[in-house]
Write a protein that binds this ligand. Structure first.
Ligand code: BG6
Length: 501
């Protein structure tokens, strides 16, 4: 069990979507598992006036909505005792002074504070300024940390100016830039898989690997988030952050140790060696699309342009794919294909690694179809699994081959995983940065996507479309380097054999 000093977790935007769906339920689950430090207090901050009792009722509603089966009264009694509410109405300059008095003078509130920005990206710089101006970010009596959600900025330039604003009040060790994807147990498994097994290391390079695919597809649409999504699009929403992190974990060199700075140093090195995409090369390296109406899970769903809050002529992409090259000793010449989309055929996130064909096709006569390369696949969600495809002989007198899948699914019965936010909240309270992004990581990831964003922003007349419930726009195959490369949609042998677009 981790020893975490008592602290006050202040959640800005406490009644908003993120807090309701993720943070409060995650804190409750930590309570259930006895992971919260004894004197830890949750101070919810919101624009509206509320009494403490009203807030506690809301919290109870959030937990029952998320865990109808998992709610239990005994845990909730402990959890309610930690809950407090503080109103920060717009225009009330004194509300931050009052917050300071609480944290400085009220012995019920431990002075170590984690300020969680569960607010719109446009709102947190103002909150951090207000906290800084009243001295709440000075670490005189305890640690003062700030957790910031993605997206960190809107492009390279805005990320740089955001950062400059933060450094007025904070130093880097106080900042926890969250990418919840990195907090997923299955994503951390990429590191275990690579660095706790000797078997793969000799193969993990350009000599044996043909290409790498990283996919995150969702069958859901934008879920009423048009105000955010219209200004974001799939490239910013998923690729600049989550998928780029996955790429860094797959491609990085073994770190000096698992300490936060060592890990982050190696991830930055990968991002720095990604070959820059010039504006004239954008179309050869990136593809975008937008869903039209279609059928998902047997039900008709509207197209993106019909979603509430979306402009009638919007060219915001709901699908983005790109090809990247990492120009270093290990990966030179190996394409990394990344793709993500809303309203796709399935919810599926996976890293798929395709190996090269053997140097000689000795078994060509024994086969009636093209050679099947080896694949290693790491399923991230919904099924976390590890699969490897190899060729074997079909039993019988003839020398025929067949692809089989070695399924190393590792979850044992009864082993329940945690939500990414549970681990990340504990890490922030403890001060462990390993799974949070350092500023240079964010900046280098922006450098990779920035030229694409610029070109797409200029091309406002046209966007490729795909039917909701499909695997994305047809034209994406033009990203592939060769004819025998194709998007792999499934982790099963049968699915892998499809030459799907
Ligand atoms: C978020 C994006 O960061 O990640 C969402 O803003 C996306 O658009 C989500 O749906 C995907 O993460 P998860 O953990 O829900 O699969």
């Amino acid at each position: 069990m981790r020893i975490i000093p008592p602290c006050t977790v202040v959640i800005f935007g406490a009644s908003g979507n993120l807090s309701r769906r993720k943070l409060i339920p995650a804190l409750f689950r930590l309570e259930q598992a006895n992971h919260l430090p004894e004197k830890m207090v949750i101070l919810a901050a919101g624009l509206e006036e509320r009494t403490r009792e009203q807030w506690i009722d809301e919290v109870e509603g959030m937990i029952k909505a998320k865990y109808p089966q998992g709610y239990d009264k005994e845990t909730f009694e402990r959890f309610r005792a930690r809950q407090h509410y503080h109103a920060t109405p717009l225009g009330d300059a004194n509300s931050y002074d009052r917050l300071k008095t609480i944290l400085d003078d009220n012995p019920d509130f431990p002075p170590n504070a984690v300020f969680y920005m569960a607010v719109r990206p446009s709102e947190f710089p103002g909150i951090i300024d207000a906290l800084g101006n009243v001295g709440l970010l000075k670490q005189n009596s305890g640690t003062r940390r700030v957790v910031i959600e993605k997206p960190f900025g809107y492009d390279l330039l805005s990320a740089q100016s955001l950062q400059a604003g933060l450094y007025k009040h904070l130093n880097e060790p106080q900042i926890f830039r969250i990418d919840h994807y990195v907090g997923k147990g299955t994503v951390q498994n990429v590191m275990v898989f690579r660095f706790a097994n000797m078997l793969l290391e000799p193969l993990w390079n350009r000599h044996y690997i043909d290409h790498v695919q990283i996919t995150h597809s969702e069958s859901l649409g934008i879920e009423g988030r048009a105000d955010y999504y219209e200004g974001s699009g799939a490239l910013r929403d998923m690729i600049q952050s989550h998928l780029m992190q996955l790429l860094a974990l797959v491609a990085m060199e073994p770190p000096v140790s698992m300490a936060a700075e060592h890990l982050r140093d190696e991830k930055v090195k990968v991002l720095k060696t990604i070959r820059p995409i010039t504006q004239s090369a954008v179309h050869a390296h990136a593809f975008r699309g937008q869903y039209t109406s279609g059928t998902v899970d047997g039900k008709p769903v509207p197209g993106y342009l019909e979603e509430a809050g979306v402009a009638a002529d919007s060219t915001t992409e709901t699908f983005a794919a790109m090809k990247l090259f990492i120009d270093n000793w290990r990966w030179s010449g190996v394409p990394f294909y990344l793709r993500t989309g809303k309203r796709m055929a399935e919810n599926a996130s996976a890293i798929m690694i395709r190996f090269k064909n053997p140097p000689q096709d000795l078994l060509r006569a024994a086969r009636h179809e093209p050679p099947r390369p080896n694949w290693i696949m790491l399923g991230i969600q919904p099924n976390d699994c590890l699969k490897m495809e190899i060729q074997v002989k079909v039993p019988g007198l003839e020398l025929q081959t067949r692809t089989i899948s070695l399924d190393a699914s590792y979850r044992k019965g009864g082993e329940d995983d945690y939500d990414a936010y549970e681990g990340l909240l504990l890490d922030a309270m403890e001060g462990d940065h390993s799974l949070f992004l350092r500023y240079d990581e964010v900046e280098w990831a922006w450098r990779v996507v920035d030229p694409i964003l610029k070109v797409w922003a200029m091309e406002r007349e046209f966007i490729n479309t795909y039917s909701a419930g499909s695997w994305g726009p047809r034209g994406t195959y033009r990203l592939f380097d060769r004819d025998d490369q194709f998007w792999r949609h499934s982790l099963d042998v049968e699915g892998g054999n499809l030459q799907a677009y």
